[in-house]
Design a protein around this ligand. Structure first.
Ligand SMILES: O=C[C@H](O)[C@H](O)COP(=O)(O)O
Ligand SMILES: C=C(OP(=O)(O)O)C(=O)O
Ligand SMILES: [Mn+2]
Length: 442
């Protein structure tokens, strides 16, 4: 009988690679268990406190980044542009809603992917599916698709360097609100960018006014920025758990906030068990088949003390289902007396594949699910506390539509995602403006 943090080993763990050499995994685990933590327990506590405010309706969570980060794309420019995109969206939301915005990247650890199929076939050749850089390579060769536990160590180091740069950007002057114009530079001018410029000009005027009044705004020179990922790969998450010396309690130190995906949220499964034992803020994705009973049982397991900020539900229903499914779920949970934070992922319920084989999403469907989310909360009287989006600061063509009307043919020009389609920079800003409009109605 396995106890405590290792009890999950006796339970079913879905979506795990089959490592051919258990000794190599044990050795990688051992190496990881001796590395310094990537995040500190006190930071996770601080994020939990921020999320508690959002659960009470006093703040809004913005969570976003790649579907699948890659080791190769962990470059200074790409990390900077993703951070800039999130900072710009946060400004639009903060200004629009007059509410603090909690910034959480899907960054510095989002390297493992659940897949619908274990294999992929191209031109009659079948190989193992790509499961994220933490597991195997994307190139369609036998060698690259073979799972390799040394990637666990590489993933740790890439996460460390990504997080280091994020900390430098957000603490070292780059995130100073007086840089609000700078963040827009280098992005092509579109209606959303122009709209952003006017907002930035208003913020500038407000800052100058504060300066003239002698208000000290050193608080605006730095920003809190947290990182999160799906805690999917247990051979990565388990060795990065540390016992916090202040409290004696276990924390996952691979990221501040960890979530359980739609495919691995089984109540009796390994993921729910392991994460239930950690003190981090935890999130769970809920798809259209989730019942009130599922949600309540997840609350009992993951948040038995009903601690504000501990548990976030990320709903991803699909634009055509959210208005039917979400209100009942919200009401059922509210009636139980629990107060989790509810946020929307308007991406994962809206996937389609084009005839030419691109996985994509229509920007209009994403926006429709977003509006459905706000409508459902208005109907039930609960607080729509945040958004979770797959996005990049790069000029990619992965989602259909948006102000530059990307069509099916256009997808081919800059489709770079190795997994799901992301909003590009302009689509991300457009979405933020839409959310700000919804927040003003609250
Ligand atoms: O990011 C989410 C999942 O990993 C992804 O949607 C699965 O995609 P698949 O259906 O191509 O495996
Ligand atoms: C796998 C993901 O989502 P879901 O668990 O909602 O399918 C994801 O966020 O990339
Ligand atoms: Mn995804």
């Amino acid at each position: 009988m396995l106890a405590g943090l290792d009890a999950y080993r006796a339970l079913e763990a879905k979506q795990q690679p089959v490592w051919p050499d258990p000794a190599a995994v044990a050795s990688a685990s051992d190496t990881l268990s001796k590395q310094p933590p990537l995040v500190f327990a006190g930071e996770a506590d601080q994020l939990r406190a921020r999320l508690a405010a959002a659960a009470r309706g006093e703040a809004f969570l913005l969570q976003g980044g790649d579907c699948a980060e890659t080791f190769e794309a962990a470059t200074a420019d790409k990390i900077r542009d993703r951070v800039k995109t999130l900072l710009q969206m946060a400004v639009v939301l903060t200004y629009g809603a007059s509410m603090p915005v909690i910034k959480v990247g899907r960054m510095a650890g989002q390297f493992a992917k659940p897949r619908s199929s274990n294999t992929e076939t191209r031109d009659g050749v079948t190989l193992p599916a790509y499961r994220g850089d933490l597991v195997n390579g994307y190139d369609f060769t036998e060698e690259s698709r073979a799972v390799n536990p040394e990637r666990l160590i590489e993933g740790y180091h890439v996460s460390a360097s990504t997080l280091n740069l994020i900390r430098a950007f957000t603490q070292g002057g780059f995130a100073d609100l007086r840089q609000v114009h700078e963040w827009n530079k280098g992005f092509v001018g579109t209606p959303a960018n122009h709209r952003y410029e006017s907002l930035a000009a208003e913020i500038d005027r407000a800052l100058k006014f504060m300066d003239a009044c002698g208000v000290d705004h050193t608080a605006l020179t730095q920003t809190e920025f947290y990182v999160s990922h799906e805690a999917l790969l247990l051979d990565y998450e388990r060795p990065l758990i540390r016992i916090d010396s202040r409290t004696g309690l276990p924390y996952g130190t691979s990221g501040h906030m960890l979530w359980i995906g739609e495919r691995t949220r089984d109540l009796d499964g390994a993921h729910v068990d392991l994460l239930s034992r950690l003190r981090n803020p935890i999130a769970v994705k809920l798809g259209p088949t989730a019942t009130t009973d599922d949600a309540l049982r997840l609350i009992d397991k993951l948040d038995p003390d009903r601690e504000p900020g501990r548990l976030t539900f990320i709903t991803r229903m699909g634009a055509d289902k959210i208005r039917d499914v979400l209100p009942g779920l919200l009401a059922g949970v509210r009636d139980s007396g629990a107060q989790p934070l509810w946020i929307t992922d308007p991406m994962h319920g809206n996937g389609i594949t084009t005839e030419t084989g691109f996985k994509t999403r229509r920007f209009d469907d994403v926006m429709d699910e977003l509006r459905g989310f706000f409508e459902a909360h208005r109907e039930v009287g609960t607080f729509p506390g945040g958004i979770h989006v797959e996005l990049t600061g790069d000029d990619v063509t992965e989602c259909l539509g948006g102000s530059d009307n990307i069509d099916e043919l256009g997808l081919a020009s800059r489709y770079e995602s190795l997994c799901d389609p992301r909003l590009n920079h302009r689509q991300s800003l457009e979405l933020a403006f839409q959310v700000a409009e919804e927040l003003k109605k609250l």
